[in-house]
Design a protein. Structure first.
Ligand SMILES: [Zn+2]
Length: 242
């Protein structure tokens, strides 16, 4: 089946849950879109295990958040929320998306996490990217292996490899997160578990400020890459030393 050119994405974020992208790489997706790149989000679950809201509500909220983030494409698989597993069948579901969108860069969750879905999504996404490049793995589409995988590490207490400056986009990112009214608007259900609405802004801005400070910008989002980078010209290295 020929791939429609308008389905291609430059950057694809693969996340366990709807609203993970908004929290961990939403500012980065906004920044990439502002540079004219096509961005996309694949959520692996639909949120049926959440304390608040239904999967249907979250679908509508995710579509609204995608609009605010300026992403060109967003879909959710239906892996079981809270029980994501790295199986061949699940890898192939992601392979079908990778071969359709053909992203150059894939953003995955960091591989160590409190929530098992996040950790497993990291290995599941990595394995899918590998399989997607194998010609012998056939599903009718041309093989495609992303050039680069980076890990959004906001949920993990690790030193990032680099930070993306999201200073101009932090308010827009916040709007995208708050599109999940069923999750973050003040309400009785789960009030012992969820921070009040006003505090979410303070917390997420403080985190972004923390990572921004590490790189000398106002607000930043942290990422880890496994590869060691290389440099052509020492005089063009970013971030002042002192
Ligand atoms: Zn999550």
């Amino acid at each position: 089946m020929p791939v429609e050119a308008d389905l291609r994405a430059d950057v694809l974020a693969i996340t366990a849950h709807r609203d993970d992208a908004e929290q961990t790489c939403g500012g980065t997706l906004l920044r990439m879109a502002s540079r004219g790149l096509r961005t996309a989000i694949l959520d692996l679950t639909q949120g049926e295990a959440g304390t608040r809201g239904s999967a249907g509500e979250r679908a509508r909220e995710a579509a609204e958040a995608a609009r605010i983030l300026g992403v060109a494409w967003r879909q959710a698989l239906a892996l079981p929320d809270g029980a994501v597993e790295n199986t061949f069948a699940n890898r192939m579901e992601i392979v079908r998306v990778l071969r359709r969108l053909r992203p150059r860069v894939v953003i995955l969750p960091y591989w160590q996490a409190r929530h098992p879905d996040h950790a497993i999504s990291a290995s599941l996404g990595y394995d899918a990217c590998f399989l997607s490049g194998l010609r012998k793995i056939e599903d009718g589409a041309e093989p495609h292996r992303p050039f680069k995988i980076v890990y959004a590490s906001l949920y993990a207490d690790v030193r990032p490899s680099f930070v993306v400056d999201i200073s101009p986009f932090i308010e827009q990112r916040h709007l995208a997160l708050m599109a999940y009214r069923s999750q973050y608007a003040n309400q009785a259900a789960g009030s012992a578990l969820f921070a009040p609405e006003e505090e979410i802004r303070e917390r997420t801005f403080a985190e972004a400020r923390h990572y921004g400070l590490l790189a000398g910008v106002r607000y930043g989002e942290p990422f880890v890459q496994k590869e060691v980078g290389f440099v052509d010209d020492l005089t063009l290295l970013p971030v002042q030393s002192m």
